[in-house]
Design a protein around this ligand. Structure first.
Ligand code: P61
Length: 460
């Protein structure tokens, strides 16, 4: 394009009104929600940046697919379309539909993980970690050192530390490592991409020790776009070619179609191994459904198939990555500490710097999340010690997470530039008044994935 303004590569056909609330109303809502934004009714949120998962605006063709879905129990036409698109993109032999990403994780890890088993990843997302730990296995994060430093710029901050991986395999024994995983993009450390070189190198180590490699592929297209922009030799390749190469190094993947497949629900587990696929389908039938629908309606399979085709459009990815970058850029200009570079699906505030007077055990990220909602009705999510902090099993001492972040996840094709300009204005004001932010304490928590339901109180 000759002009520098990057425009949304779509027109808006259907709109959903936003309800406005006052600051006073929001203070009451927060109190009722135990200062946990997961407990707030979505209707009371002005701009919802809680997640990019399942919040996508579907295209007219996806909605047409919804009407066209074949709801047959076995052998639905929609399944065959879904299977053929997934095979075209990933190249995997077996495609198993599931209701969302964590269902793929549950099936996979209930088969391969367990006590004494270790699953390395660049960084496990919380559901992946939870599913491994749920069956008694050990989830291990091996990011590169730059990956855990919010203010260090690196083109592929999502990479795995290949040396540490090899050391780890030697230490624990290849027989105790059923598979290695790479999360593309790496959500827990800022939606950061993994380079093709890193995928290749991880593959080489896996080959040396006979360990399969799986991708957690939720945001595979965003990752592919970063490879095209930042990795030498990929400038002139299409997103489809890059994507195919990424998957070619893996033996399988888990996928939440609620992200890059533009769907509101769905996912899949895919692999080449016949024996593993047989076992996975057995678990699927017990827990999800028959192998040609696996916990989804035929219409969902249509929407996912169509979404997977659409996400490979480079015009969309140019707009997507630039609109996330725009938010980060404006915040940086206004002195707000932001994790750099911005990720593919979200901008992450560096809460340790933003609220440096609040110690990790008083959850600085949570304090910012609450304030963004109170001041501007914006819903974000803490990715720090609320989500990942733990207590030492023996001493009961608090172990903070490596980073204290607040994620502003951008739903796909949902908000316009003026929505984002409003977000910038609110965050800038909260940052200006940051000295007044208070720490929080947890007054109730669940034993697993506590951040969803925990209740907090401000510390005066
Ligand atoms: C998200 F607060 N992500 O980022 P499912 N792998 C990866 C993910 O990002 C992911 C899943 C697997 C969400 C939703 C979410 O505590 C939370 O389809 C890299 O959600 O089961 C999901 O896919 C799981 C938000 C999940 C959370 C758990 O917002």
């Amino acid at each position: 394009m000759r002009f520098k303004t990057i425009i949304e590569p779509f027109k808006i056909k259907v709109v959903e009104p936003i309800k406005f609330t006052t600051e006073k109303e929001r203070e009451e809502i927060l109190k009722k929600a135990g200062y946990n934004v997961f407990n707030i009714p979505a209707e009371d949120v002005i701009i919802d940046l809680l997640t990019d998962s399942g919040t996508n605006a579907m295209s007219s063709k996806q909605w047409a697919g919804i009407m066209d879905g074949d709801e047959s129990y076995a052998g639905s036409k929609s399944f065959y379309r879904f299977e053929s698109v997934v095979k075209k993109i990933t190249g995997f032999k077996h495609v198993i539909p599931v209701h969302q990403g964590r269902a793929a994780e549950k099936i996979l890890f209930s088969i391969v993980a367990g006590p004494g088993k270790y699953i390395p990843n660049n960084t496990h997302f919380d559901t992946t970690r939870a599913n491994i730990e749920f069956v008694g296995g050990n989830a291990v994060d091996l990011p590169i050192p730059e990956g855990t430093q919010p203010d260090v710029w690196h083109p592929f901050k999502g990479n795995m530390d290949v040396e540490r991986l090899e050391k780890f395999i030697k230490e624990k024994g290849a027989e105790n490592i059923p598979l290695v995983m790479l999360t593309v993009t790496n959500n827990s450390n800022g939606g950061q991409p993994v380079s093709m070189q890193n995928i290749r190198e991880v593959r080489e180590v896996c080959d040396k020790y006979g360990i399969p490699l799986f991708l957690d592929a939720c945001r595979f297209a965003e990752n592919a776009y970063f490879i095209k922009k930042r990795e030498k030799g990929y400038e002139n390749k299409s997103i489809f070619e890059i994507t195919k190469e990424m998957f070619s190094y893996a033996d399988g993947c888990t996928m939440s179609a609620k992200k890059d497949a533009f769907a509101n629900i769905g996912g899949f587990l895919a692999m080449n191994d016949d024996e593993l696929a047989l076992k996975a389908r057995n678990v699927l039938i017990v827990t999800e459904g028959f192998p040609t629908y696996g916990g989804l309606a035929g219409r969902d399979l249509e929407a996912i198939a169509q979404g997977l085709e659409e996400v490979l459009d480079e015009n969309y990815l140019v707009y997507r990555i630039r609109s996330v970058e725009y938010l980060a850029e404006k915040l940086i200009e206004r002195g707000v500490p932001v994790l750099i570079p911005p990720g593919g699906h979200a901008v992450y505030l560096d809460a340790k710097k933003f609220a440096s007077h609040i110690p990790p055990e008083q959850f600085p990220g949570q304090s910012i999340v609450v304030e963004l909602y109170r001041v501007g009705g914006i819903r974000s999510v803490e990715i720090g010690s609320v989500m990942f902090g733990r207590k030492d099993k023996e001493t009961g001492k608090f172990i903070p997470h490596t980073m204290e972040l607040v994620r502003l996840a951008i739903p796909r094709r949902v908000y316009t530039q003026s929505h984002i300009d409003y977000v910038i204005e609110v965050i800038t004001e909260v940052h200006r008044n940051r000295d007044k932010l208070k720490g929080y304490k947890i007054v109730w928590e669940a034993p697993i994935l506590r951040h969803f339901t925990a209740r907090f109180e401000p510390i005066d």
